[in-house]
Design a protein around this ligand. Structure first.
Ligand SMILES: [Fe+2]
Length: 390
């Protein structure tokens, strides 16, 4: 029993803490405006360094003197092992404590209801929607990968400043489609077919469309098939900045009836009531939204690729902010929670609904991913129904 506790405390916890330290570092670096050529070496380094350092730690502390795995005593550890072990033990414990606190928080008080419908698109289609020839396709073979499924979320929210005339307005929120070519077009066509089966008054797409510009032709049979009485609005994300052809994509979407919300502010009138809609593509493109169009008391709806624009949204009195980018953490482990969320906040806003008065933030897990791998973190599209507060 003592050996198990010693192993857990001095070998497992420091290894977990060290891995979490690097993941936290990589997540925050991804929240910056850095090119892939800078991020890729960092990512590769952390993918290689973490297992190498973990094995070295097992050898050093477990089998080196005082041979903890063979009954040695931690009191005999040298100062390097002791301080190194304690530091990363603390990182692991702080991460776990933070995650326990975050998961025990009550759901945002504005949520009236939240329902989920699961579709196993990969199994529903006659042929698996996978291109075996594509780059990165080996991720698709990882057991338990949920990338070919889809969760349709029906979310009903009350918002205090929503005009009464907008009661029941439905927004379809899509994010992070990530056309890489690995998951093939029939998957995305099915996603949009399902999206069209339910009514929506307003459609928004919060960025990250093309990871491969050769897949431009996919825009027509997917986003091009949507329409809504209040309009379809889009902005672009960091992957569009890095790999997409932003002007061509913008032109293509506008030709298909979509309106660019990136860096724009618009006053929409629906049933005689105005709402101000803006888009924020920072830090990849600026400037941020100019709210001078909004009158005091106007409902403010913000689309943002990254949830990192939340502090600016709160300062501007945004009522509802819809974001993506963090993919729900992409991989969610039991106890540890979401892992990879490219944000200055780490995994705090990986996905879900967050009450940060005066702003209600909704972060979509999105649909795809440059690395097509999701564990315990299904692709999602969300229908948000708005209700004014009593
Ligand atoms: Fe993304």
């Amino acid at each position: 029993m003592l050996t198990i506790l010693k192993t857990l405390a001095w070998i497992v916890l420091p290894i977990v803490g060290h891995a979490l330290f690097w993941i936290g570092f990589i997540n925050r670096m991804h929240g910056l405006r850095l090119r892939h050529r800078v991020m890729l070496p960092l990512q590769l380094f952390h993918f290689l360094w973490v297992p190498v350092a973990s094995l070295a730690w097992i050898g050093w502390v477990g089998w080196g003197e005082p041979r903890l795995l063979a009954g040695g005593h931690p009191a005999d550890l040298g100062w390097q092992e002791r301080w190194g072990g304690l530091t990363f033990m603390a990182v692991a414990l702080l991460w776990l404590l933070r995650w326990v606190v975050l998961t025990r928080r009550p759901p945002a008080r504005q949520i009236v209801s939240e329902q989920r419908e699961l579709h196993q698109i990969g199994q529903e289609l006659a042929e698996p929607p996978v291109n075996r020839e594509a780059r990165n396709n080996w991720w698709l073979s990882i057991p338990g990968n949920e990338i070919l499924s889809l969760e349709i979320i029906e979310l009903e929210l009350t918002l205090p400043r929503l005009p009464a005339a907008w009661n029941g307005l439905r927004i379809l929120h899509l994010s992070d489609l990530h056309y890489t070519g690995g998951v093939s077009l029939p998957y995305f066509e099915r996603v949009f077919e399902l999206a069209r089966e339910r009514p929506s008054d307003l459609v928004v797409f919060t960025g990250d469309l093309l990871d491969d510009v050769r897949l431009h032709e996919w825009i027509g049979p997917t986003l091009g098939r949507l329409s809504a009485p209040l309009g379809c609005f889009f902005l672009q994300g960091n992957h569009d900045w890095e790999w997409g052809d932003i002007d061509r994509t913008r032109q293509r979407l506008e030709n298909l009836g979509w309106q660019n919300a990136g860096g724009q502010t618009r006053r929409l009138v629906w049933r005689g009531q105005p709402v101000v809609l803006a888009g924020d593509e920072r830090p990849w493109w600026g400037p941020g939204p100019n709210w001078s169009l909004a009158e005091p008391g106007d409902f403010r709806l913000l689309l943002s690729h990254s949830p990192d624009n939340l502090p600016a949204a709160r300062r501007s009195g945004v009522d509802l902010m819809l974001a993506g980018h963090t993919h729900g953490g992409q991989v969610c482990l039991p106890v540890v929670g979401p892992i990879y969320a490219p944000s200055l906040f780490g995994v705090k806003y990986a996905g879900g609904t967050f009450d940060r008065s005066p702003t209600l933030l909704r972060v979509s897990r999105g649909v795809g991913g440059m690395y097509p791998w999701r564990w315990n973190c299904r692709p999602e599209i969300t229908f948000v129904t708005l209700r004014p507060a009593e």
